[in-house]
Design a protein around this ligand. Sequence first.
Ligand SMILES: Cc1cc2nc3c(=O)[nH]c(=O)nc-3n(C[C@H](O)[C@H](O)[C@H](O)COP(=O)(O)O)c2cc1C
Length: 208
Amino acid sequence: MSAEKYLQMIQQDIHSVVFATIDENQFPVTCVIDIMLADKDGLYFLTAKGKAFYERLQNQPVISITGMIGNDTLSSKSVTLRGEVREIGQGLLSEIFEKNPYMKAIYPNAASRTALTVFQIYKGSGEFFDLSQKPIFRERFSFGGMESHMQYFFVTDKCNGCECCVKICPQNCIDISSCTTKIQQEHCLHCGKCMEICPLQAIERRTL
Ligand SMILES: Cc1cc2nc3c(=O)[nH]c(=O)nc-3n(C[C@H](O)[C@H](O)[C@H](O)COP(=O)(O)O)c2cc1C
């Protein structure tokens, strides 16, 4: 699925996500924030200028967010992304209040809305993770020119096809149907058992 579709999923299906920001002591702080709009250029959220959250964003305009849908673990899907934000002010406020009418109950009049300001997550990379499928399904995406920095396991040409890894993989996602052993990245849990058990150290942890 495209990055834009995942951004839409965050805005429409998940909507309230957990944000991690960094405080003045370099400690991570989390809070729940609603994603108000999404388009091909990113995600948009608002906050009030009096909040400590606003101060954290001003001091260090980087975020990591996670949201999920589902009633229990085995029916859940999550989307996580990290990226950079910029304040764009009040320009999108009317559109945000039109698309999210419940906001009128929180900030009922024009005077109270002057406290608000909008931020855009304008570049980011993330991952969709679906535990409702068996084997699990995961997919990376990025937007705004940000590169992905995710880890994965890779079978090198030191492999002699002994199949130790195939037998231990909890998701049965190591493919030996061709002459090279291949990890199906979209189904891999990243548990690391294949790397641990390989007698030839043929499996490496790599970063994309
Ligand atoms: C479901 C839910 C959605 C929220 N959405 C927002 C939001 O979009 N913007 C916001 O500033 N605060 C929102 N909040 C409130 C923040 O989570 C809360 O103000 C934050 O934890 C305060 O952090 P701070 O004291 O570090 O600024 C929401 C809270 C909940 C429970």
